[in-house]
Design a protein around this ligand. Sequence first.
Ligand code: AMP
Length: 395
Amino acid sequence: MNKILAINSGSSSFKYKLFSIPDETVIAEGLGDRIGISGSTFDIKLSDGTKHQEKVALPDQETAVKLLLNWLIKYHCISDLKEIVGVGHRIVNGGEIFPDSALIDKNNLHKIFDLTDYAPLHNPAEGRGIKAFMKLLPGVPQVGVFDTSFHQSLDPVHYLYSVPYEYYDKYKARKYGAHGTSVRYVASRTAELLNRPLKELKLIVCHLGSGASITAVKDGKSFDTSMGFSPLAGITMGTRSGDVDPSLLQFVMKKENITDFDQMIDILNHKSGLLGISGISSDMRDIEDRDDKRSQLAIKIFINRVVRYVGSYLAEMQGADAIVFTAGIGENSADVRAKVMSSLSFIGLKPDLKANQSRGEKIISTPDSKVKALIVPTDEELMIERDVVRLAHLN
Ligand code: AMP
């Protein structure tokens, strides 16, 4: 049977899922972690639930890919490498060059590296991953699935910053957004669950994970989104600040004797958000049950920023048909969902609090609710698999 690999890379790790097609069954999944750093590990979870993990040296992407292919054979996920007929790769930034997922070959691979300035940690690692697969699986189609593509439908009114226009002209300095693959999946699944054509719906998708964003979807396209030039902008996240006034940074840098702007950006990326406010943890689970003031304040600020963005998108789209929750917090925290929904009663959203208490894909508003609310667990890897099938003509 033919198989497709979906690769979701971080700067020093990659998550993978092996699908069989056309039935889209997940045969194996796992993680190569700490690539290029000491203490690297590799693991695999098989469809029968068994798991294997090993500490192995993973000096580079190619070693990790080699190990993955060996393990897929060793654990009988495939009997021959020829069974892998396509590989899809999540890429953080596709700039204005990639308004859709695309086949990547030797002639256009450089474009992913050319976009390094727009995602300095991710694009080069992801490019190296594709290169390794091209070498080890020659002739197998490689597909880039860009987190920014879905947001290429934004109007300049939404993607331009109010700064001198020449920065956009010269450097393409603009909003790109992120989480596009997740939102694309969640929006289309929501339309199926509501039994209505996606093109007729106005949706607000709340992707609330350790990275978090809000996206307004109109006419089946991204209309506006809370992340910006980078994934640092928008709502409060696990360790990221979301929106701040740039003058605050100048002030803090002076007070704290920080002379390197990269260091300040690092603080906004890694020491802010829920972690920065609570002083305890970036993980919602760690702070949800604590009654200390700063943990409670962190959650209140998180919810406020979600509601603030939802409110602005309600105004921009002149209403919405549904508010959709996804990702780690959105799928698992009944409390966060309940608080967000209760702030939206003014638009006619009536939560079904009993349905909201349990996990899994479902409608969590009452049948007479004017605006619907849903939980839709995201599945970026499935979207990647489908894009490989579509672009490599495997159906
Ligand atoms: P993600 O980035 O989508 O994997 O989401 C990760 C985040 O989801 C974690 O950092 C937690 O804050 C949150 N999360 C996961 N499970 C729960 C839970 N049961 N309750 C509250 N938050 C959760």
